[in-house]
Design a binder for this molecule. Structure first.
Ligand code: FRU
Length: 569
């Protein structure tokens, strides 16, 4: 009798655990609810990347407190992502789950693996599991990352925010992640900065250090049904942000209306904002960061009489992520303005790239001085480039997202996806009567140089001294290789990764070619576990490309130059 009673009690207990943790309440063929009794810090959500999105609404006390999109596992778990349960208080949480798409419904939803694999835990393992995770480039600890956002410098600390998906390693749930660094190289992960709300997810934008009011103000695009501009204020140096109650601060009927870049313009004693709108950059001004006055647009000129439209620069895609700054022209006392205009697609090698315009800006209108299209970096993995606000010593330090929308979601990593480029200092230089943007690896990278080595390191800097044309081949025993070539006669520099591992995307193999402004005497090549960035010593050439060698390149052949290889410290 006692034994029977124990069995009955045990099976009731077991049923109740099952009901809470594994058996969802079914509400249709693609809709279910799961009640969760909060016992631990996180709910680990199982992700299967090839599946379609499921929307999870988190309900506490009958109120929706969060909504997120996750590729919940159907029959295989690729990895887990943590949903923070602590923030919901001690009681029960109800997960209202709707699966999208039809592929899943070949099987019964109740049998999906996710119900069995969702589990509570007090910890989430963030130990690196990726052979392609760079050693000295910024990456998110886990999850997807695209554009660098809101970068600023204050009190000795560089702040880097970024487009982040905390619930998967593909683009979704845009949130501002946050990292900080004292040297632009070693980054420390910080708590999430700005999260989606009823106005939308949090797209790209910028931060300004408002010295007068001793605050940091973030501007971002609220990507809801429409794209609008919002702001958030930090009174603790960027640690936490409070969204402005009067958001949005700028609206429009345009579809593509985003990526506000703001800066203080001492020449007009006002703030300026540059915004990407379709295939134009719009310029605004404001005295208080809240009321924005439209000043002018740049990119398309319409002839008032004939109606004819003249395009400036490349217009084969949408203009995104602008930046605008005044720079010194090297070796002169001249200063000019640089307008950065990221474009996708339409890049010189397909997909995303960073174009720029050199000209004048009077606080109201930007006027370009050239008619040709200019690219800041001639690789295929250099996008969403923007600079730090308030950088020390008048520097203009840029960081680019090191990927390309053509294949960013497919590159062969899982725990995280995408890295940022090394920091680069921008200036201007003159060549044959034209003014171009100069790109120099930031001086902080010199401090990374370790001892010289005789074998090609997996992560390091290679300095190649040249006297003329030069060919550099990096290879491994699998026959994979990348070839760099400087052609002194044609005045081009090229990187060929067509014989590099690429089975994840037909758009990956490519040969990228750059024009060379003046002779190259020395190259600086930064190699990390999945990237190669090449600069010339004069800061007139930059080329950024990803590579995913299945085994590290361990062989280097240099014809026409002398290579010195440094380990990274
Ligand atoms: C550029 C971009 C931005 C947008 C963000 C969304 O890569 O498309 O225009 O704000 O990414 O994640």
């Amino acid at each position: 009798m006692r034994k029977l009673l124990v069995t009955i009690i045990a099976s009731i207990l077991c049923l109740s655990v099952q009901a809470e943790n594994t058996s969802p309440m079914l509400l249709g063929k693609s809709h279910a609810m799961q009640r969760v009794k909060v016992e631990k810090k996180y709910m680990l959500l199982p992700v299967q990347e090839r599946e379609e999105i499921a929307t999870i609404k988190v309900l506490v006390d009958n109120k929706q407190v969060q909504s997120l999109n996750v590729k919940l596992a159907v029959d295989k778990v690729d990895y887990y992502v943590p949903l923070d349960l602590q923030r919901f208080g001690a009681g029960d949480v109800l997960l209202d789950v709707k699966f999208h798409g039809d592929r899943r419904f070949t099987g019964a939803m109740k049998d999906f693996l996710c119900w069995r694999e969702m589990k509570q835990s007090d910890t989430f393992d963030m130990t690196n599991r990726e052979k392609y995770r760079p050693l000295y480039h910024h990456t998110p600890v886990y999850g997807w990352m695209n554009d660098p956002n809101g970068m600023f410098y204050k009190d000795g600390v560089y702040h880097l925010f970024y487009q982040w998906n905390p619930y998967g390693s593909q683009w979704e749930n845009m949130t501002w992640g946050h990292s900080t660094s004292r040297d632009l190289i070693h980054w420390e992960a910080q708590p999430t900065a700005i999260e989606p709300d009823a106005l939308g997810s949090i797209f790209s934008g910028s931060c300004v250090v408002d010295k007068k009011d001793n605050r940091v103000v973030a501007f971002y695009t609220s990507a809801g049904e429409k794209q609008t501009q919002s702001m958030a204020i930090s009174k603790d140096n960027g640690k936490t942000f409070e969204k402005y109650k009067g958001n949005p601060v700028l609206v429009s009927k345009e579809e593509d209306f985003r990526d506000p870049k703001c800066f203080w313009n001492p020449e007009i004693q006002k703030w300026n904002m540059v915004l990407a709108v379709g295939q134009e950059m719009r310029i605004y001004s404001s005295a208080d960061l809240v009321d924005w006055k439209y000043e002018s647009s740049f990119g398309l000129t319409v002839n008032k009489q004939t109606g004819e439209v003249t395009e400036l620069g490349c217009h084969d895609g949408v203009w995104e992520c602008p930046d605008l700054m005044k720079l010194q022209v090297r070796g002169t006392d001249k200063q000019k303005w640089l307008l950065i205009c990221n474009i996708n697609p339409g890049g010189p090698f397909g997909g995303s790239a960073t174009q720029y315009f050199v000209g004048e800006f009077d606080g109201h209108k930007f006027t370009c001085e050239h008619t040709d299209t200019r690219w800041m970096d001639y690789g295929k993995d250099h996008y969403a480039t923007v600079t730090f606000d308030n950088a020390p010593d008048g520097r203009h330090i840029a960081i680019a997202w090191m990927s390309n929308w053509q294949y960013a979601n497919q590159v062969p990593t899982k725990q995280f996806r995408s890295a940022n480029s090394v920091p680069r200092d921008l200036d201007l230089f003159e060549y044959e009567g034209q003014t171009y943007c100069g790109v120099t690896p930031s001086r902080e990278l010199l401090a990374l140089r370790g001892k010289t080595v005789s074998k090609l390191p997996q992560t390091g800097e290679i300095v190649v001294d040249l006297k003329g044309s030069c060919n550099i081949t990096l290879s491994n025993q699998l026959g994979e290789q990348v070839v760099l070539n400087y052609d002194a006669k044609d005045k081009t520099f090229a990187m060929d990764r067509t014989r590099s591992y690429a089975s994840f995307s037909e758009n990956f193999p490519c040969k990228t070619v750059a024009p060379v402004y003046g002779d190259i005497r020395q190259l600086r090549i930064f190699i990390d576990r999945s990237s190669i960035e090449v600069f010339d010593a004069e800061g007139r050439l930059s080329m950024t490309n990803l590579v995913f060698p299945q085994e590290p390149y361990n062989n280097i052949k240099v014809v026409g130059g002398k290579a010195t290889m440094y380990e990274i410290k």
